[in-house]
Design a protein around this ligand. Structure first.
Ligand code: ADP
Ligand code: MG
Length: 641
């Protein structure tokens, strides 16, 4: 239901809700509180000042109302709290006046001042305090909406909803869950901790259940044999293309390519995750497959998680396929409406064979003539739903997901629902392991010498900082500051800068200059973390390295060592030495992630939440892994019946 149809939501409010990614009533009721404040009943006879005083009491006198400064108002009344008569003040709640009558029982929350014997209440509820606690849901908010308002909006949206039945009755009974609707009511209006717990458990289960059910449905679809799923491709043409590549495929690349070519030619649909550490050369395998589909007149969608990466793939593909009739298009959110329209048109009439882009590819406006293959690069960066949507756009596309982030087999089984997994284990021949050094800030001179010697040989450098600009809360290094310093230290070289606040064209132009060697040192935030491929770069310096997870550091380090030259990675930090030292010894992404896991009890296997990586609203893939497995078994049992 549209937000505008909900009582009490005006145009402005809807705008503010949109800013919080809430676009309809479903978004609103699923806007779960992320935390709960629990206030216990306080004794008024403590004679203490309380910021969060909570108690119930009996109204002693009728409410008196005062208006001031035009719109403001104040209600006051006397109240008997634990046999002490105090004054209660409530601001801007004039509409409550007639409900506050002598003899009625109220529960009050607010600031209590024992000297004045006065309670300034921020909240009043009618009825006694149950269970001795008052629980307040806390929501993600922006400055325009208060928690109280959000709570009202959610409750208002809930009043339009009827029963929800996403969890089958049998499972609801098995685990003693509530109805999902009741659970939603409770988390937004909690009265005691026990029922709140059950409500949260119910909703978490519902979330994972819905997800696993979809995974299972997808899998069913993939098990179906259907002659329509056969893609006829011209293998001779594909082999000609492979033979004309500027390099020879590695053994692993060849193996997975052959495997996938045979899979797309049979009568089931491919659903494959291609894993391979950074720099093992996954992209070319994907391109070969896309080209194969082209020879059978099918189109390919190729989705990358960032604009920078999408543009890089686009450029690479253009140069790789320049002597063929393989047409490549680019679609990103930052393109103009006119540019996008042109692309939509070419997709519809089949002029574009492979469309590379960001999640703009998911737009409903992209209508394919004959989509045959869906590729996602850096799969772990995408939310789970996006993948499904893209896949559902055409009836029978083959699916290839790629990821450098190691996902343990058990996770892969659950999350990807028995997706087939292939790996590329070895890097192209002649690659030397990147030499990594953990360096203290005071030994910066060694680092600068390392950078200088690379530049002198005509190579390039990356310098990474965690922050964009100076910030009051941290003293972490920022890119602007570093740029000034490196410009002074490297007077005869060009220093460029890149960060997430730059727009797409700016980033693109910096990346181009860097690729062309016009920039020698690129100072950047982690926007270059995934996928960026500039062969001539041979040094990467990472400031405040302790701020990053080891898998992120490994990804960043993967930006160098993409050629036969010896590359170096400097990790600058005065902290967390033991963890960072792992990077000096290990060059293998899987082992690094394992070590990180052991050391911290958790690795950053799935990246951070902000990146949308496999993120659920209530559940956490890591913390709720056992529940996820349970849900998977429940779903399987249900389907088997
Ligand atoms: P990733 O697996 O991290 O995505 P890329 O696909 O970006 O790695 O490949 C890394 C680099 O290696 C690219 O510059 C690519 O052109 C190059 N490359 C890929 N395969 C080979 C090969 N068989 N021989 C030499 N270079 C290769
Ligand atoms: Mg890649």
């Amino acid at each position: 239901m549209e937000l505008s149809k909900i009582k009490g939501l005006g145009e402005k409010t809807i705008q503010y809700l949109n800013q919080l990614n809430i676009y309809d009533s479903d978004d609103l009721i699923r806007n779960y509180p992320y935390r709960f404040n629990v206030y216990a009943k306080r004794s008024i006879n403590d004679d203490r000042y309380y910021d969060n005083f909570v108690s119930d009491g009996v109204v002693e006198s009728p409410a008196v109302i005062n208006f001031f400064r035009g719109k403001m108002n104040r209600i006051t009344f006397r109240c008997n709290i634990q046999n002490k008569i105090i004054r209660v003040v409530i601001f801007n709640r004039a509409f409550l006046k007639n409900k506050i009558v002598p003899g009625s029982i109220v529960t009050l929350t607010g600031k209590y001042d024992p000297k004045k014997e006065e309670l300034v209440a921020s909240n009043i509820k009618f009825g006694a305090l149950k269970n001795g606690v008052e629980i307040e849901p806390v929501y993600h908010l922006n400055k325009k909406i208060t928690g109280k308002q959000m709570n009202n909006y959610v409750n208002s949206a809930l009043s339009y909803v009827e029963v929800l039945n996403n969890i089958p009755e049998s499972l609801r009974e098995k685990y003693n869950f509530m109805n999902e609707y009741d659970a939603l009511k409770i988390i937004n209006n909690p009265v005691d901790e026990a029922s709140l717990k059950t409500a949260l458990k119910t909703l978490k289960y519902e979330e994972l259940f819905t997800y696993m059910k979809n995974v299972r449905l997808l899998k069913l679809k993939n098990e179906v044999h259907n002659p329509c799923y056969k893609k006829n491709v011209d293998l001779d043409k594909v082999n000609d293309f492979i033979n004309c590549l500027p390099f020879k495929l590695t053994l692993d690349q060849k193996k997975v390519t052959e495997k996938m070519l045979s899979e797309i030619s049979n009568d089931t649909l491919m659903n494959r995750l291609l894993q391979g550490d950074v720099g093992t050369g996954k992209t070319i395998v994907a391109f070969i497959l896309a080209y194969a589909l082209k020879t059978g007149n099918y189109q390919t969608s190729f989705m990358a998680p960032t604009e920078v990466l999408a543009r890089q793939h686009y450029k690479n593909a253009q140069s790789l396929f320049k002597d063929t009739d393989f047409e490549i298009g680019l679609l990103t959110g930052k393109m103009t409406v006119k540019e996008k329209k042109e692309v939509y048109e070419k997709i519809k009439n089949g002029q574009i064979d492979m469309l590379i882009g960001t999640h703009a590819l998911i737009s409903e406006k992209v209508l394919w003539k004959n989509l045959g293959l869906v590729i996602t690069d850096e799969q772990h960066r995408f939310g789970v739903n996006q993948r499904t949507i893209l896949k559902n756009k055409s009836n029978y596309p083959e699916v290839l997901m790629m990821s450098a982030t190691p996902i343990p087999r058990t996770y892969a089984l659950t999350i990807y629902g028995d997706t087939d997994v292939s790996s590329i284990k070895t890097k192209p021949e002649g690659r030397l392991p990147v030499i990594t050094k953990v360096v203290k800030e005071e030994d910066m001179k060694d680092v600068l010498e390392g950078v200088y010697s690379a530049l002198k040989k005509g190579n390039q450098a990356y310098v990474i900082a965690p922050m964009i600009e100076e910030s009051e809360d941290t003293d972490y290094t920022n890119v602007f500051d570093l740029k000034r310093k490196f410009e002074i230290a490297f007077k005869n070289y060009n220093v460029g800068i890149m960060h997430g606040k730059m727009n797409a064209e700016e980033k693109d132009s910096v990346m181009n200059s860097y690729r062309l060697g016009k920039i020698d040192i690129l100072i950047s935030t982690t926007v270059i973390e995934v996928g960026v491929d500039v062969k001539n770069a041979s040094v990467i310096v990472i400031f405040d390295a302790d701020r990053f997870g080891l898998s992120t550091l490994h990804q960043l380090r993967g930006r160098v060592g993409r050629n036969s030259i010896q590359s170096y990675c400097y990790l600058i930090s005065n902290k967390d030495k033991e963890r960072l030292k792992i990077m000096e010894k290990e060059n293998d992404g899987y082992k690094i992630s394992e070590a990180d896991f052991k050391l911290r009890g958790q690795g950053d296997l799935f990246g951070n939440r902000q990146s949308g990586a496999l993120s659920f609203k209530l559940s956490d893939v890591k913390k709720d892994y056992d529940l996820l497995v349970k849900v998977r078994d429940d779903v399987n049992e249900l389907f088997d019946k």
